[in-house]
Design a protein around this ligand. Structure first.
Ligand code: FE2
Ligand code: FE2
Length: 248
């Protein structure tokens, strides 16, 4: 436990409030953009079962977005205004929302990165946020389960799997860079100090990759080369490079 516990919106002030709003904005961008990705995939998923799941996931991401709206309103911030500052969903994630392979890689890669951040927020020192995240994480388990199922489906078809691997090589470095941000720096230290997060970004990224690599090994999916990460300027700690090196 940290010394700091912030139980009400009123108690969130100054630097703490600024950082809280920054983290919440990042999650809000992700939840709203993901709702749109799943919403669009109702039209491009190959089977009825996948289309119905897409509809269910879109509804859940919308509900996560609404939870964030409420948290913003309680802090006196207009969620519509925050939303207007968000880039279009396709640009935000660098993906083609009408392409099923893109959506499948997204679900396995990007959506799960968000979950690992939310695991931190569930234990956040800002109690209203922490309390709102339990249901969100339950839903996210279902999304990842489907992401893993899809990966296994793709692995059955050599050509489709090659496509999955190619897109994964593009999407994972972008995810590491955008979803988690820089692994070191004053902001990270501050978040830990005040309990807005409980683990360093390095630890969260590594936890995400370690979980992922177990599923990857089952089907022979590889991590992209180090050069792919370096090329887009995704900063990696030595411990993170070590995990990547075990399955390249
Ligand atoms: Fe979500
Ligand atoms: Fe999700």
């Amino acid at each position: 436990m940290t010394a700091i516990t912030v139980r009400t919106p009123k108690e969130a002030t100054g630097e703490y409030r600024d950082m809280l709003l920054r983290l919440m904005t990042r999650q809000f961008y992700a939840e709203t953009a993901t709702a749109e990705v799943f919403g669009r995939s109702i039209g491009c998923a190959p089977t009825l079962k996948e289309r119905l799941l897409a509809a269910e996931f879109a509804e859940e991401e919308a509900e996560h977005s609404q939870r964030m709206c409420q948290l913003f309103e309680d802090l006196g911030v207009d969620p519509e205004e925050v939303f207007r500052s968000r880039p279009p969903a396709a640009a935000f994630w660098s993906l083609d929302m009408d392409n099923w392979v893109h959506v499948a890689v997204f679900n396995f890669t990007v959506d799960r990165a968000g979950s690992h951040q939310i695991m931190e927020y569930r234990d956040s020192s800002y109690v209203p946020w922490a309390e709102a995240m339990g249901k969100v994480l339950d839903d996210e388990e279902g999304h990842y389960g489907n992401g893993v199922d899809n990966l296994r489906e793709f692995a059955k078809d050599k050509k489709l799997f090659a496509e999955f691997q190619t897109l994964y090589n593009q999407m994972l470095p972008v995810t590491i860079k955008r979803a988690f941000g820089r692994p070191t720096g004053a902001d990270n230290d501050y978040c830990i100090k005040v309990g807005l997060k409980r683990h360093t970004t390095e630890a969260v990224v590594n936890r995400y990759l370690e979980e992922m690599v177990g599923y990857m090994r089952q089907v022979g999916l590889k991590f992209p080369s180090m050069a792919t990460f370096d090329k887009i300027g995704a900063e990696l700690m030595p411990s993170t490079r070590a995990i990547l090196a075990t399955n390249q």
